[in-house]
Design a protein around this ligand. Structure first.
Ligand code: GCU
Length: 416
């Protein structure tokens, strides 16, 4: 008791929220509390769903709950988008373009810069679309790819200081975004800097695409993850207009926080015909009730701007969540979904990401598709691929060449 008292005094006097002081992540399977997941193929009253039509009613309800209680509700887009070509370069293998998409709404405007690699041998091309963490200039050595002017996290290796990107970062993420390998396989790649869509700090939602809308917010208003997802849909609005793009084959993908955004983009926008989550963890593919690694309370404390305010009521109360992440993954059915984990990325709960897919599989089965083809946690570096694919590779948190090789195989399997 004395110790607890002392601890609280230290927290108050140092202005550190007691939660972050007290939080010790659990990495022990044996210490996961007993939990019961909501049945993915049941209505709220418990009646079992046996056909697609009923599921699609349920799907709408589930998405409503995730909007209200987890990510926040994004507005319908009622503005206009203009596209301006910033640069275009052709090699014998690909065409690389940078396009400025200006989102106009009432008297406001936000610019998103999209970097697009299109294979020369394949038109129209299926596309991988994903947000990047440090600006388009990190994805290419090309001197005319613009260095992002948006707010950016400081990073020594990439030379970003005072929240501004620098030349030093040019081409420094090409291993994570292997555009040349992707186009060689006949796919295109589209990417944009996530901070163009919404800068990743708690700004009271004054910046980025939130600023296109009046700022009357309530506890179910959209957070940053929802804004990033919404931005992906605006890029999709543009991609569908391009004859070089096979609009029926656009995979939305993302790593980590941007994997959470990719899943939410896929859930809210059916035009994405494949969804790829890389190390998305808590608020992504991992089951919240497992409380393994990062938890709901922890994520809401460290990143209060990512989710809706209403999500905070489930801090340390995961069992009271009306939904869990397997239900979100199920809303992606019957579209192919790939979930990727890293063995050492315990914070993101690899097994919880796998189980998210396993528990979503009954809904794929309603569509006569196999979800994850096994309920056994697969060994490292041995991907399993049904309509839901999964791998756990060796190594930690990151979007790596190995991951891309599996995504390309998965796309070949479903799209060729
Ligand atoms: C933090 C955060 C994760 C997130 C990750 C990332 O580790 O806790 O939820 O996925 O950042 O985006 O890299």
């Amino acid at each position: 008791m004395k110790i607890l008292y002392l601890f609280l005094i230290i927290c108050f006097s140092s202005n550190i929220p007691a939660y972050s002081q007290a939080f010790v992540p659990n990495y022990d399977e044996a210490k996961i509390p007993f939990y019961t997941l909501p049945n993915v193929i049941a209505f709220e009253d418990g009646s079992i769903i046996t056909n697609v039509a009923d599921w699609e009613k349920r799907r709408a309800e589930i998405l409503g709950v995730f909007s209200k209680e987890v990510y926040g509700t994004s507005p319908e887009w009622d503005g206009e988008i203009t596209a301006t070509e910033v640069s275009s370069v052709a090699t014998d293998k690909f065409i690389r373009k940078e396009i400025k998409l200006s989102l106009h709404r009432k008297s406001k405007k936000v610019d998103l810069y999209v970097l697009l690699f299109l294979p020369r041998q394949q038109t129209p091309a299926p596309i991988f679309l994903g947000l990047n963490f440090y600006g388009n200039q990190t994805l290419s050595d090309g001197a005319n790819v613009l260095v992002t002017q948006s707010w950016i996290r400081d990073n020594n290796d990439l030379g970003s200081e005072n929240n501004r990107a620098s030349e030093k970062s040019r081409g420094m993420r090409t291993a994570n975004w292997p555009a040349e390998d992707i186009v060689e396989k006949g796919y295109g790649l589209a990417s944009l800097y996530y901070g163009d869509v919404d800068p990743d700090f708690d700004d009271g939602f004054q910046n980025g695409v939130h600023a296109l809308y009046d700022q009357e917010r309530d506890e179910s208003s959209w957070g940053s993850v929802a804004a990033w997802a919404w931005g992906l849909s605006r890029v999709m609005d543009y991609l569908v207009t391009l004859p070089e793009v096979d609009a029926d084959k656009v995979a939305v993908l993302g790593h980590s926080r941007l994997g959470k955004a990719a899943i939410w983009a896929g859930a809210t926008d059916q035009r994405f015909s494949m969804i790829i989550s890389n190390n998305s963890g808590c608020g992504g593919a991992a089951l919240s009730r497992r409380r393994f690694g990062e938890t709901v309370g922890r994520i809401n404390t460290s990143f209060p701007h990512w989710f809706s305010e209403s999500f905070r009521q489930y801090n340390r109360r995961e069992d009271e969540l009306p939904v869990d992440q397997h239900q979100l993954l199920a809303t992606l059915a019957p579209r192919p979904l790939y979930i990727a984990s890293g063995e050492d990325d315990k914070w993101a709960d690899p097994r919880g990401e796998f189980l998210g897919g396993v528990e979503a599989s009954p809904v794929y089965e309603l569509y006569q598709k196999t979800g994850i083809p096994t309920t056994e946690f697969p060994p490292v570096n041995q991907p399993v691929m049904g309509h839901i694919g999964y791998h756990i590779r060796n190594g930690g948190h990151g979007l790596l060449g190995y991951d891309w090789q599996q995504f390309l195989k998965f796309a070949d399997m479903h799209w060729r």
